[in-house]
Ligand binder design. Structure first.
Ligand SMILES: [Zn+2]
Length: 520
């Protein structure tokens, strides 16, 4: 799961408010007290999900022997074998000729690339490993006109637009890290949007904007980057790409340069010039693995339609030798998917439609597995009536975050929603804006499993997990997700930090949703 979705949500939300199109919030908050009966055999199925079994899968997946399930690691291969054995033991056949769908990938070990900037008659050269961090793209050269745009920020609410009167289409856009001074900028949402400690998150909103403006590449100027490189805080780690020829995201590639005294002087001259990027690295081909299984529907006609449930198996591996166990991200979703699969496979009554299961590879590095599947689906996307995604479901919401959500939504009676509501019994599924018919299904699943809900309608096309490529192909989707937590994407994302009971509650909600969609 990536934080990119948050930055984009902020962008979209500001746009929606500006246009006065904010929908009625009240209808999207569903307060559940007690549980309403679900159709048979669903009560038995959801009650059959056991926290102890979920916990055992998470323990296996997040064990140090799985090496953080990084792409290309033996730990991820062992994960695929483990899951394949479990699926076979549950008695489900593969979707397609075999359980494994190969996902062609490339690994790049970065070399010593350079960035040269020429503004007016002066020029400066930056070097990877010294004062530059090069874009994570295939080794290549890129040369073109560049323009310096200040902070590279557009905030109409604050009357700030670094792009006013500028056409940056096809250009390399140079901006400095940070935000303008002034109290108006010290708002939590702006600090989160522009000053996150992770470079990948800090530049999300700016890169999304530059993509919209048609920029060719981006260069961020950072205070002290050369020192951080020198002390090893910016290691040049291997990265992964899809196979050659697969269209990548339209986001411009990003280089980061140290804002050195020489560069400061250069920027006092003309703001336009030329930039020359040389990206070097050693490339090796790699085969990723999706794992796909199928439960045939019971209705002779409707079984030609399917709903697909997916969760990503991979995590960050051991960057710079440090284990990232990824218990919540996403051993929790994989464990839930496997137990939902076992529960449906063991049921004497099957839903009318076919149910497909996908354990994806390469989500963290670029949603490679789900992206490959949507280009080469083993079940036609046209008859895939919904995609359900499970990613990071082991951490419940915090009371404070829930209060903020309700307050900002402007509910007429916020206390009526919050009174007696334990955050552990609250979930915020994300649903395709263009498929409002999903709403009543989620409401029914929430009422049947004792979960109060906020339906988070989103187009999902730039979303932070594997539903993104389904959303882009207009497959209706539902996103199951708990909440971010302090050790997100850190070595501290361990089994003892999450709550297997929470995984169970979310698995119950997802299983009920899946059944109701498949048996409509
Ligand atoms: Zn993640």
């Amino acid at each position: 799961m990536s934080l990119r979705s948050l930055a984009l949500l902020a962008l979209l939300a500001s746009g929606a408010l500006a246009q006065g199109t904010a929908p009625d919030a009240t209808a999207d908050f569903i307060r559940v007290t007690g549980t309403e009966p679900l159709p048979a055999p669903l009560p038995a199925l959801v009650d059959g999900l056991e926290a102890s079994r979920l916990r055992a899968h998470i323990a296996f997946l997040s064990d140090p022997k799985r090496e953080g399930r990084g792409l290309g690691s033996r730990g991820l291969e062992a994960t695929v074998r483990y899951l394949q054995e479990q699926v076979k033991a549950a008695g489900l056949p593969p979707l397609g000729p075999g359980y494994v769908q190969t996902v062609p990938l490339r690994e790049v070990r970065p070399g010593h690339g350079t960035v040269r900037l020429r503004l007016g008659s002066a020029s400066l050269t930056f070097r990877a490993g010294r004062d530059a961090v090069l874009p994570t793209v295939a080794p290549s050269r890129l040369e073109g006109p560049c323009v310096f745009v200040g902070f590279g920020i557009q905030e109409p609410g604050l009357g700030h637009d670094d792009f006013r009167g500028l056409d940056v289409r096809g250009k390399v856009v140079i901006f400095r890290d940070g935000i303008p001074s002034g109290a108006a900028w010290q708002k939590p949402e702006l600090l989160e949007k522009y000053l996150s400690s992770r470079p990948a998150d800090r530049y999300d909103a700016r890169l999304a904007l530059l993509e919209k403006l048609g920029a060719r590449a981006a260069i961020a100027l950072e205070e002290g980057l050369d020192q951080r490189i020198r002390v090893g805080k910016e290691p040049a780690l291997p990265y992964f790409l899809a196979a050659p020829g697969v269209p990548s995201s339209g986001e411009p590639p990003l280089a980061r340069l140290a804002l050195t005294p020489g560069l400061r002087t250069l920027l006092q001259g003309p703001r336009e010039g030329t930039a020359n990027l040389v990206i070097r690295g050693r490339v090796r081909a790699l085969q990723g693995q999706n794992l796909l299984a199928r439960l045939e529907g019971s209705d002779p006609a409707l079984r030609r339609e399917a709903i697909l449930l997916g969760a990503h198996m991979d995590h960050l591996g051991m960057p710079a030798g440090v284990l990232h166990p990824g218990a919540d991200d996403n051993a929790s979703g994989v464990a839930a998917l496997l137990e939902i699969l076992r529960s449906l496979a063991a049921s004497p009554i099957r839903p009318r439609r076919t149910v497909l299961f996908a354990f994806w590879t390469g989500e963290e590095e670029g949603k490679f597995g789900s992206g490959h599947y949507t280009r080469q689906p083993r079940w036609p996307l046209a008859t895939t009536s919904a995609y359900l995604n499970l990613d990071m479901i082991g951490h419940p919401w915090l009371q404070e975050a829930l209060r903020t959500l309700v307050a900002e939504a402007g509910l007429k009676q916020p206390e009526a929603f919050l009174d007696g509501l334990a955050p552990a019994h609250f979930a915020e599924p994300g649903l395709s804006t263009s498929h409002r018919e999903l709403g009543p299904v989620l409401a029914l699943a929430g009422r049947g499993t004792g979960m109060s809900l906020h339906l988070d309608w989103t187009d999902g096309k730039n979303g932070g997990s594997d539903y993104r490529d389904f959303a882009r192909r207009e497959v209706p989707f539902v996103r199951f997700f708990g909440d971010y937590f302090p050790d997100y994407h850190k070595p501290g994302d361990t089994l003892d930090q999450l709550d297997p009971e929470q995984v169970r509650r979310m698995a119950r909600l997802a299983l009920a949703t899946a059944w109701l969609l498949a048996d409509r």
